[in-house]
Design a protein around this ligand. Structure first.
Ligand code: 13P
Ligand code: SF4
Length: 302
């Protein structure tokens, strides 16, 4: 069907291993946006969440973009609604609006520039020093960027339910049991978790770290799906998922990402729905800040 329909399957690292293995391309949100913007397919099937599929549609409006389960949202993106955000912008007038890619299309349309966790520091650094900034919607990534850049930033009070669930106590206990393990952390995690990290980075950056580093064991504080690629790249190393506060909830897995299954992918490609449709006015407005991010990332070789 993929060949018949000239379709490409893009998958995020948080998808289950079987989906990552049948995808044409697996990556973090920056790499997936770059791939969506530059491929010859007529159809993009996005194995990920809605904001990622929307970003693909915004960058390639002439293509049909499919999302196997339209309910695959994102608690972080949904913590920032357009009406509330407009009020926040009014209260903080004169600031440049930097929005994380984990936002709905309407928020992107209100923004000056987009960033991902791979390039957030460089995007903020690319703005003139005198520019004051609004950063939305992730308070943890925002505080991380603020600490790194020292810029004048007001930060939207949103967070990801997966990355805020990791337990500092359980991570320290694991470290005591595995003293050689390195703690690697996504910047969406809370400050105490970031403070005990040996390395902080986006999903692809964490993967790269485990590939280049000479350690043998890692405590991984991000969604556990990434461990599939880590094991594929370096099967001889040990990867321990950082435990959540409630050990019975399984919340180091993103329930939205895990709504996508092989069966839904098959049916979605067959029926060519659910399809991502974005109001053209919103799409065109959202294109500008995403393209601005892509140009800066390209210039910096990110
Ligand atoms: P990455 O940009 O690191 O792929 O992260 C996306 C995401 O949703 C993190 O929760
Ligand atoms: Fe959104 Fe968190 Fe899931 Fe990433 S892990 S897609 S930020 S809910």
């Amino acid at each position: 069907m993929k060949v018949e329909k000239n379709a490409i399957i893009l998958a995020h690292y948080y998808q289950t291993g079987d989906i990552q293995d049948i995808a044409d391309f697996v990556g973090d949100s920056l790499a997936l946006s770059q791939k969506a913007a530059s491929n010859n397919a007529d159809v993009i099937l996005f194995a990920g969440v809605k904001f990622m599929a929307e970003t693909a549609k915004i960058l390639a409006p002439e293509k049909k973009v499919l999302l196997p389960d339209i309910n695959a949202g994102c608690s972080l993106a949904d913590s920032c609604k357009a009406g509330d955000f407009e009020g926040f912008i009014k209260d903080n007038q004169g600031r440049t609006i930097v929005s994380y890619v984990n936002t709905n299309a309407e928020i992107k349309a209100l923004s000056d520039i987009i960033c991902t966790s791979s390039n957030a520091i460089q995007i903020v650094e690319s703005l003139p020093r005198y520019e004051k900034i609004i950063f939305a919607p992730d308070r943890n990534l925002g505080n991380y960027v603020l600490n790194k850049t020292g810029r004048d930033m007001v930060i939207w009070n949103g967070a990801c339910h997966v990355h805020e669930e990791f337990s500092l106590e359980a991570i320290i206990k694991l470290k005591k049991e595995n003293p050689d393990a390195k703690i690697i952390v996504h910047p969406e995690c809370e400050l105490p978790i970031r403070m005990v990290a040996d390395y902080i980075g986006s999903t692809s950056s964490l993967l790269q770290f485990t590939m280049k580093d000479n350690g043998k064991c890692y405590i991984v504080a991000t969604e556990a799906g990434i461990i599939h690629q880590m094991k594929k790249e370096n099967p001889g190393k040990t990867y321990i998922p950082a435990p959540p506060r409630d050990s019975t909830c399984g919340c180091s897995e993103c329930s939205f990402m895990k709504l996508i299954t092989m069966e839904k992918i098959f049916n979605c490609l067959k029926n060519e729905k659910p399809e991502i449709i974005i109001d053209m006015d919103v799409l065109l407005k959202a294109q500008k800040p995403i393209r601005r991010m892509m140009e800066i990332s390209e210039k910096l070789g990110l």
